[in-house]
Write a protein that binds this ligand. Sequence first.
Ligand code: NDP
Length: 247
Amino acid sequence: MSKKLEGKTALVTGGSRGIGAAIARRLAADGAQVAITYSRGADAAASVVKGIEGAGGKAIAIQADATDRKAVQAAVEKTVNTFGKLDVLVNNAGTAIPKKFEETTLEELDQVINLNIRGVFIATQAALKQMNDGGRIISIGSSVGERMMTPGLVPYSATKAAIRMFTQGLSREVGDRGITVNNVQPGPIDTDLNPASGDWATPQKAATALNRYGKAEEVAALVAFVASREASYITGANLTVDGGTNA
Ligand code: NDP
């Protein structure tokens, strides 16, 4: 039997580390040709590509700051020029700057908004121009876009809440092309951004029902399902993979 994403092409923003790298590896393992973008980590991106190729898959890495519209448009074009088409966009690049809201600078607010919201907007606009009917727009939101357990993430959670309504709104505009739009909302996942050790991790772990951090691969598994043909009737949905944090 052919793999479930055989013949599909995916672009994953911020695919050099963490959740994005796990998504890229999983989509490739399921048969997709995968392009990843990164901003600074050329070596990390190259090693993700090498790993995918070593496992018999196809991948390319493209340097493209997710806040730079021209770079993102060029990344979409390069993906299509290399693999011939685009079926799946995963808006994964995102960041948090944990600190008290009153102490957050305007530059820090702009940084989080530009990457987590504006970055999703510009990548999705660029991708929709090229995307085949039946395509998939999948954004990585967060469980804190729905419920907040800890202080220090005010602008971040607001950006992730914006991704929820972006997802619901856009699903109403592209459904006639058979394109689905979904939001995958992880809880605490062990990555460079949110390591499972240290003071900051303790309350996050305690808030889960499973009493543990999640693995990037556990998020990637849901993304791979949403990207697949089997998920063809799921759209405008906010799908939480948070170990029960929001239960
Ligand atoms: P990491 O910081 O571990 O990895 C971020 C990835 O995005 C890297 O590959 C990085 O590449 C890339 N990236 C960062 N900034 C940019 C940019 N401006 N342009 C292009 N690529 C960029 O983050 P996570 O894997 O933890 O998070 C991934 C997504 O998941 C984010 O949207 C995050 O908000 C979300 N999320 C994470 C949770 C967690 O607990 N970890 C929980 C809920 C949601 P480079 O090194 O080149 O910059």
